[in-house]
Write a protein that binds this ligand. Structure first.
Ligand code: IPE
Ligand code: IPE
Ligand code: MG
Length: 245
């Protein structure tokens, strides 16, 4: 049986988050420049979106550019921004045709204005689509997410008093960039690094982790199925005992 056939349809996660890492090292291994790695990585993004849509996953959150990535060489940052624009130009029609909804989480205002404009077009054009929702994490970090939630809570409290006892987890969740999105059941990180790198800190509280040693540009559909299959073999206890489940 193929990996795909082994997947239990009823237990496909609703939300998969991915830290797409290793573009630069892949390029180096191929004697190419880092930007060539990002371009190849964009092909993997297309394939993963297509596969996730076929599997009827509801949410796919892709860590594409972190707050910390602004500290990379200027030329690399510019190339990444240009790649974002050209990818949207190339893929928007197909995304829309496939009923895919584009969403962005992160500090959109910090992106160059031409990138913001493209992203807004993609978001507006696909907002009524009811299939897979792809959340691109751009200029995103988990600490940024929590910090801006707190800022907005305080802002709102200046308009109308907030009773401290009304602040519970659901309340906080409503102020996060992922307010309408369930927590990911599965996080995948490629490239053999075992860290979160300031991704969805709040949202990953009970997420299953899958680490692949493959670099993102060489991550395949089979690797994705393998991650999903291993996820389905886990026992998620949420603090309970095995016998209680
Ligand atoms: C991930 O690949 C893409 C981004 C962070 C934008 P990297 O560019 O981090 O590749 P490595 O980790 O240097 O190999
Ligand atoms: C994490 O990758 C961010 C993205 C994949 C966008 P990095 O390559 O920036 O992470 P570190 O620096 O190795 O932790
Ligand atoms: Mg990296």
């Amino acid at each position: 049986m193929s990996l795909q056939e082994q997947l239990i349809k009823e237990r496909i996660p609703q939300h998969v988050a991915i830290i797409m890492d290793g573009n630069g090292r892949w390029a180096k291994q191929q004697n190419k420049n880092r930007v060539a790695g990002h371009k190849k990585g964009a092909d993997t993004v297309r394939m993963i979106i297509e596969t996730a849509a076929r599997l009827e996953i509801k949410h796919l959150t892709l860590y594409a550019f972190s707050t910390e990535n602004w500290n990379r060489p200027k030329l690399e940052v510019e190339a990444l921004m240009a790649l974002l624009i050209s990818s949207i130009d190339k893929e928007l029609n197909t995304l829309d045709k496939n009923n895919i909804k584009v969403n962005v989480i992160g500090d959109m205002d910090s992106l160059p204005s031409n990138v913001q404009k493209k992203l807004r077009t993609a978001i507006e054009r696909t907002q009524r689509n009811s299939g897979l929702q792809v959340n691109f994490a751009l200029s995103y970090s988990g600490r940024w997410d929590i910090t801006s939630a707190i800022q907005n809570i305080v802002k709102d409290s200046q308009k109308q008093a907030i009773d401290p006892t009304s602040i519970n987890e659901d309340f906080i969740q409503k102020y996060l960039s992922t307010h309408d999105i369930p927590d990911p059941e599965l996080l995948i990180r490629t490239s053999g690094e075992y860290r979160i790198s300031n991704f969805l800190l709040w949202q990953l509280a009970y997420t299953e982790m899958h680490f692949s040693h493959k670099y993102w540009p060489e991550f395949t559909k089979e690797d994705f199925f393998d991650a999903l299959l291993k996820y389905q073999q886990r026992e998620r206890r949420f603090g309970k005992t095995s016998e209680q489940l």
